[in-house]
Ligand binder design. Structure first.
Ligand code: ADP
Ligand code: MG
Ligand code: MG
Length: 250
């Protein structure tokens, strides 16, 4: 589904990603861990087509297409989703209107008719239940006054609504209490299928108790310095990142 080869990316002339190699097949869940500032969010942003980042080297193939040649809207149309894509508050625009327009943009790209307001409300209600999201929330302005937990649930709700093929969840666990964490993880697990893949970016092993990754990668200094199975996450939890840094310097 996704093949990243020797990807280098910069922001304001600073090279952040320094040769990422990563392949993801359909149905697989990959966790990306690593200390703060190692380039995890940069990778998510580069994949989704955030224009602030400059790709200086490397290739990304997604569903047999050259991903880097696609506009951000085209990437969304092709089923790519980044959870932190819409973190900002948008006063005066209701969640409902915002999400319906996101969905219709995607449908337009795929040559499908727009969903009616009435149908959209039905779909929304069904998906809201997945993460036990309060119905009032969707009539409020985008992210306005949402608590940390509400924002995170909202991310999973958006994912379920847009039905991406490859979902990139960036620190969807940060700031969640254990109950909210379970709800969010549950939402992801219900959404999993043999056709869908996930990149779960996280600092902590905790989320991976609930969302089982097939592979765990450690991103450090803009490179993937170690890959393994779920046991790698447990090892990191136990030993921290220092030993990886030392290995990286060897
Ligand atoms: P992570 O998500 O692993 O914590 P990031 O990808 O957010 O790391 O950041 C990687 C590095 O890129 C950091 O050193 C950060 O300071 C730098 N960086 C990220 N965004 C910007 C930006 N907009 N301008 C300048 N530097 C940035
Ligand atoms: Mg960070
Ligand atoms: Mg980050």
């Amino acid at each position: 589904m996704l093949k990243i080869k020797n990807l280098h990316a910069s922001i304001n002339g600073n090279e952040i990603l320094k040769g990422i190699n990563l392949s993801i097949n359909r149905g697989e869940t990959h966790a990306i861990m690593g200390p703060n500032g190692s380039g995890k969010s940069t990778l998510g942003n580069v994949l989704i087509g955030n224009p602030n980042y400059e790709i200086t080297k490397g290739t990304v193939e997604y569903l047999d297409k050259d991903l880097l040649q696609l506009e951000p809207e085209e990437r969304a149309g092709e089923g790519l989703f980044l959870s932190f894509q819409y973190p900002v508050e948008i006063p005066g625009v209701s969640m409902t209107r915002f999400l319906r327009s996101a969905m219709n943009g995607q449908r337009e790209y795929r040559g499908l008719p727009h969903v009616s307001a009435e149908d959209f409300l039905k779909i929304m209600k069904e998906k809201r239940d997945l993460v036990k999201l309060d119905g009032n929330l969707t009539s409020r302005a985008v992210n306005e006054g949402f608590s940390g937990g509400e924002k995170k649930r909202n991310e999973i709700f958006q994912m379920a609504l847009l039905e991406p093929t490859l979902s990139i969840l960036d620190e969807t666990d940060s700031g969640l209490d254990i109950d909210a964490l379970r709800i969010v993880a549950n939402g992801v697990n219900q959404y999993k299928s043999p056709e869908r893949s996930f990149i779960i970016i996280t600092h902590y092993q905790r989320l991976l108790d609930y969302i089982k990754p097939d592979y765990v990668h450690v991103l450090y200094g803009g490179k993937i310095v170690k890959s393994g199975g779920p046991e790698l996450a447990l090892l990191l939890e136990e030993k921290g990142y220092d030993w990886i840094k030392e290995e990286g310097e060897k």
